[in-house]
Design a binder for this molecule. Structure first.
Ligand SMILES: [Zn+2]
Ligand SMILES: [Zn+2]
Length: 189
């Protein structure tokens, strides 16, 4: 857990504006609690809604939180905690907009989160293959469908993990690009 605390300490939380209008210092405290395994029963992503992410935009602390989540996942926490971390990571990498203050400063928060999260592609592949918990494997796979440019490798992963991935991942319901790509290949060829 040492690397996680270091990663949290490296970010300038006080200098960031949280989605709730306060400084992001309380986000750092919440992250410490979760990565130490002391999360409440609710899903982690919900706890951070309107602070770090919302269905419409991401807020300034989102890229810093992404870095902390990767460090936390690399530290091999218990399955329950892994799922919470992945659930929150998924909310960040699928973000579609940037809060107006950050946008005025030229920041593209979803893009920044995806760039940072891409460093965890190998880790996410291992998460899917390890099949430690179905929820975590599915979340990791869905994150990869956003991040991993190697589509052929993802197709292999989907086949290898077909026995334990959720049905949406096996059938492509949660990621329609495979079929889209097939279509455009046919159209082009
Ligand atoms: Zn807040
Ligand atoms: Zn799925």
């Amino acid at each position: 857990m040492r690397q996680v605390e270091d990663e949290i300490a490296r970010q300038d939380w006080k200098g960031m504006r949280c989605g709730c209008g306060r400084s992001a210092a309380h986000i750092a405290r919440e992250l410490l609690r979760i990565t130490a395994g002391g999360a409440r029963d609710e899903a982690t992503s919900r706890d951070f809604e309107q602070h770090v992410w919302s269905p419409v935009v991401l807020y300034e602390p989102a890229p810093a939180v992404t870095s902390v989540l990767l460090a936390a996942l690399a530290a091999e926490p218990a399955p329950d905690t892994r799922f919470r971390l992945l659930d929150l990571l998924q909310s960040l990498v699928t973000g579609e907009g940037t809060d107006p203050d950050s946008a005025r400063r030229g920041l593209d928060l979803p893009e920044l989160c995806r760039e940072r999260a891409a460093r965890g592609i190998e880790l996410l592949h291992r998460e899917v293959l390890s099949n430690r918990s179905p929820g975590a494997a599915g979340a990791a796979f869905e994150i990869l469908t956003v991040l991993d440019p190697d589509r052929a490798r993802l197709r292999d992963l989907r086949e290898t993990a077909a026995d334990w991935l959720p049905v949406c991942c096996r059938t492509g319901l949660c990621h329609d690009w495979w079929e889209d790509e097939e279509e455009s290949r046919k159209a082009a060829g």
